[in-house]
Design a protein around this ligand. Structure first.
Ligand code: PHE
Length: 343
């Protein structure tokens, strides 16, 4: 039995050498020292067949062998734990001398916002306030206050979204409702722009979208006339499209202005010669404008015999498309990063 014990020890120590991880170690421990069916236990079962003296002696040796094996197992355990730690350290190693990588940019402005901010700055430099108004608007402000009575066909020009259960609420079709709102709030004289989101019930395609941006502007004072309006608009479009830009005003009916105009600027791409962008006309249609109708001033609580003013509305979305050469309006509200990351 003595030899067998020695042999068991040698075997165990040898096996231990090839142990590579915790699992193997546990397996070996169980196989050698397991209480129920470990090899040592099995071996010691034979003790009952030897003499009392021999039993004592062998028992002692068995104890030593067990202790030695336990010690060897323990030191292997430590060795494995150390190796594991070293591996972890290696993985988490940081080279503090490495040069800093370029910072990841976390975001940037939407093209609408870029143009909007630019225009806000330009207008504030001319003494305009920047105002806001509700997107869910009353039918009164969106239409009636702007000289568009309920049965007027001009309502059909701007088909909107009505709100179920609130027949007098609409998603605003233009930023013009803020004209009367701001007159009521600030009175005259007044100089303000109102950039914001508008909605129309459109069948969408590359040029039409149900959600888009406009920028409204109005000036009310004692001696404001049509040439002031032209001067301001010229300054704005020269700021956006360059100093050679000219503007052209042609009569157009809007119920809330009189006279009303449709405003065009010389095509910045062909400089007025005619190209694909301007459909060979040399002009791009970008705004509506006119002298504020006395009925609208009256709705705003302003005495039309003392004050007059002009108003204009740009398609802000259209300016963005022209400026950046965006051919499909739907991209702007799409949330597509592939598109947005270009700006
Ligand atoms: N609100 C008009 C539109 O959406 C534009 C406009 C604004 C026209 C102000 C005249 C004066 O088409």
């Amino acid at each position: 039995m003595k030899e067998k014990l020695e042999q068991l020890k040698t075997e165990a120590l040898l096996a231990l050498k090839s142990v590579k991880d915790k699992m193997q170690l546990e397996e070996l421990e169980l196989k050698m020292l397991g209480r129920k069916s470990g090899q040592l236990t099995e071996l010691l079962k034979g003790l009952k067949d030897v003499s009392e003296d021999a039993r004592k002696q062998i028992g002692q040796i068995a104890n030593e062998v067990k202790k030695e094996m336990e010690k060897a197992l323990q030191s292997k355990k430590n060795e494995l734990a150390q190796a594991e730690m070293a591996g972890l350290l290696e993985k988490e190693y940081i080279d503090v001398t490495q040069p800093v990588l370029p910072a990841k940019t976390f975001g940037h402005l939407h093209p609408n916002t870029i143009i909007q901010k630019d225009l806000e700055e330009f207008f504030t430099s001319m003494g305009f306030m920047v105002l806001d108004g509700p997107e869910l608007e009353s039918e009164y402000y969106n239409f009636t206050s702007l000289n568009i009575p309920a049965d007027h066909p001009a309502r059909d020009m701007q088909d909107t979204f009505y709100i179920k259960g609130h027949s007098d609420w609409v998603m605003r079709t233009h930023t013009s409702p803020v004209q009367v709102r701001s007159m009521q709030k600030y009175g005259a004289p007044l100089r303000a722009i109102i950039p914001g989101k508008c909605f129309r019930n459109e069948a969408t395609d590359v040029r039409h979208e149900h959600t888009f941006y406009q920028l409204e502007g109005l000036v009310i004072d004692k001696d404001v006339n049509f040439s002031h309006m032209k001067g301001v608009l010229e300054a704005v479009f020269q700021h956006i499209f360059g100093p050679e830009t000219k503007i052209r005003l042609r009569p157009k009916f809007y119920p809330f202005v009189e006279p009303g105009v449709n405003g065009e600027v010389t095509c910045f791409l062909c400089k007025g010669i005619g190209c694909r962008l301007c459909k060979q006309t040399g002009w791009l249609e970008v705004f509506g404008a006119g002298m504020i109708h006395p009925n609208v001033l009256a709705e705003g609580g302003i005495d039309a015999s003392k004050y007059q003013g002009f108003a204009f509305g740009f398609g802000l979305t259209r300016l963005v498309m022209l400026k950046y050469g965006i051919e499909d309006i739907r991209l702007l509200e799409s949330g597509s990063l592939k598109f947005l990351e270009q700006f």
